[in-house]
Ligand binder design. Structure first.
Ligand SMILES: [Fe+2]
Ligand SMILES: [Fe+2]
Length: 211
C-alpha cells in the first residue's frame, strides 16, 4: 500500500491516511495478470497449440479463491455495505452493477471448470467452451476492474472517513487470514509468475488497456 490520501485536519497539520481502496487496487493488478494468462492460453488453445490443462486448472483455483472469495468478499462484505451506510445506494446505483458482475464472473468460471473437466476426460469438443468461458471472464473482469478503479472506489474514498478506512483495513486482514491463510498470498503470486513464464508472457505486469 504505497498511496495515501492527504487529509488536511487544520491550517497547519496534514496527516496521511491509508485508503482501503488502495489494497483492493493492488489486488486488481494481480487479477489482471491472471486475466492476461487466460487470454494468452485461450489464443494458443484456439490455434491448436498444446496448452496443459493444468494452466486453466490453476487459473480456476486462483479466480475462485483469490479473486472471488477473498477480493470480492472484501468488496461485498465490507466495503460496499459501508459505502451504503454512508449514503451510496445499493439497489439502483453502481454497487448493484458490481454485484451483478461478480455473479456473472462466477458463471463463467463454472462454465470454464465444467468444460475443462470434459476436456480432461477426452472430449476434445470441450475446447471451444474453454476458450469461450475464459475469454468471457477476462473481458468481464477487465471492464469491471476499470469501473471500480475509476468510478466506484473514488466514490467510496469521498464518503469514507479515516476511521472507516482503518476499520476496513482491519476487516480485510481478517478476511485474508481466514480465506487465503498464511503464506497463500505468496503462493498465488508465485503461481502467476510460473504461468507467465510457461506461456512466454514478459515482464509480468500487464498495463491496463484503458489507460
Ligand atoms: Fe468487484
Ligand atoms: Fe474489485
Amino acid at each position: 500500500m504505497k498511496n495515501y490520501k492527504l487529509l488536511k485536519i487544520s491550517m497547519r497539520k496534514v496527516i496521511k491516511i491509508m485508503l482501503a481502496t488502495e489494497n483492493l487496487k493492488e489486488e486488481h493488478q494481480v487479477i489482471l495478470r491472471m486475466i492476461k494468462v487466460l487470454i494468452v492460453a485461450s489464443d494458443k488453445l484456439e490455434k491448436g497449440e498444446d496448452v496443459p490443462p493444468e494452466v486453466f486448472k490453476k487459473a480456476v483455483d486462483f479466480i475462485r479463491t483469490f479473486a472471488d472469495r477473498c477480493h470480492h468478499g472484501k468488496e461485498q462484505d465490507t466495503l460496499f455495505p459501508l459505502m451504503e451506510e454512508r449514503g451510496i445506494l445499493r439497489h439502483r446505483g453502481p454497487i448493484a452493477v458490481m454485484l451483478m458482475e461478480h455473479e456473472q464472473g462466477r458463471q463463467f468460471v463454472k462454465g470454464l471448470a465444467e468444460a475443462l473437466a470434459r476436456y480432461q476426460s477426452g472430449d476434445k469438443t470441450a475446447k471451444s467452451a474453454i476458450v469461450e468461458n475464459a475469454r468471457g471472464y477476462a473481458e468481464l473482469l477487465d471492464q469491471h476492474i476499470y469501473k471500480e478503479d475509476n468510478i466506484l472506489y473514488p466514490m467510496g474514498d469521498k464518503v469514507l472517513s479515516q476511521s472507516d478506512n482503518r476499520e476496513l483495513l482491519e476487516k480485510f486482514e481478517k478476511i485474508e487470514r481466514e480465506i487465503i491463510g498464511e503464506g497463500k498470498h505468496e503462493y498465488y503470486l508465485r503461481m502467476i509468475s510460473e504461468l507467465e513464464k510457461e506461456l512466454g508472457i514478459e515482464g509480468g505486469k500487464t498495463k491496463h488497456e484503458h489507460h
